[in-house]
Design a protein around this ligand. Structure first.
Ligand SMILES: Nc1ncnc2c1ncn2[C@@H]1O[C@H](COP(=O)(O)OP(=O)(O)O)[C@@H](O)[C@H]1O
Ligand SMILES: [Mg+2]
Length: 246
């Protein structure tokens, strides 16, 4: 099984949207895929998947939810939607540990993990569960200058922990005007500076997509559910990750 972290230094840049769409794309390609929402304080993957989270157990193990071939675990199953999770370090670590180790995942080809922003307890605990060996990470950012300092810190953290970085994914990269058809780079091009400074390539650029932002029509799974150019491009990005993971 290959493990993939989806991370960033910033919140609200599209980590969860991208992590879920990657996992779904892998499952659609016929692989056995697990998805864990490690964002304990702000789990959203169930919302993106459009499922009501529920925890199941056979007495000794957790049983992940199954959504069309994708196996899924989220802390949202254990707490009400409106409840704040106030667990601190050690308890949080134990929970992450259980979610990964004590879950009946079966034979997985890929485990995709969606993280909260930054280099806190969650990535450290996941690294320790996997004996400090994670097969790859993608770092999500938006092109705004304010995002880049924090994202650089996460890149340095991943380097320090020897997690292979499979590229920077620039989300909300541009907007294709529905009237004139041109690409507008609303937030500028600062990600290029980040790539240069850190030596990590930008391996994907995802535009601002009205359907994702407004959650209308084919919703937040737009990248895997839509048809057309972007769908094909996204498929290529995910293929590339799978190749790099080996
Ligand atoms: N490419 C995109 N186009 C439009 N809206 C997006 C895009 N990516 C993410 N969003 C929206 O931005 C918000 C934050 O995305 P989310 O995936 O929850 O970020 P994070 O996990 O980094 O906090 C959500 O409302 C999501 O639907
Ligand atoms: Mg998120």
């Amino acid at each position: 099984m290959k493990t993939l972290m989806v991370t960033s230094g910033k919140g609200g840049v599209g980590k969860s949207t991208i992590a879920v769409n990657i996992a779904v794309e892998m499952a659609l390609s016929g692989y056995n895929v697990g998805l864990t929402d490690v964002d304990i304080h702000g789990p959203t993957d169930h919302i993106i998947l459009g499922v009501a989270p529920e925890i199941m157990t056979d007495g000794t193990h957790f049983i992940p939810m199954e959504i069309g071939g994708l196996k899924f675990m989220t802390i949202a199953s254990g707490v009400g939607e409106d409840k704040a999770v106030i667990w601190r370090g050690p308890l949080k670590a134990k929970l992450i540990d259980q979610f990964i180790k004590d879950t009946e995942w079966g034979d997985l080809d890929y485990m995709v993990m969606d993280f909260p922003p930054g280099s806190g307890d969650e990535p450290l605990e996941v690294l320790s569960v996997y004996n400090n060996k994670i097969d790859g990470a993608i770092v999500v950012t938006t092109p705004q200058k304010v995002a880049l300092g924090d994202v650089e810190k996460v890149i340095n953290f991943l380097k320090k922990m020897n997690v292979p970085i499979m590229g920077i994914w620039e989300n909300m990269s541009y907007y294709v005007c529905k009237y004139c058809g041109k690409k507008h780079f609303l937030f500028g091009h600062s990600t290029d500076d980040l790539a240069q400074k850190t030596g990590v390539d930008i391996t994907a650029r995802i535009p601002l997509i009205e359907e994702i932002g407004q959650d209308t029509g084919i919703s937040k799974l737009f990248l895997t559910r839509s048809e057309g150019e972007l769908r094909i491009e996204f498929g290529k990005y995910v293929d590339e990750i799978m190749k790099k993971l080996g």
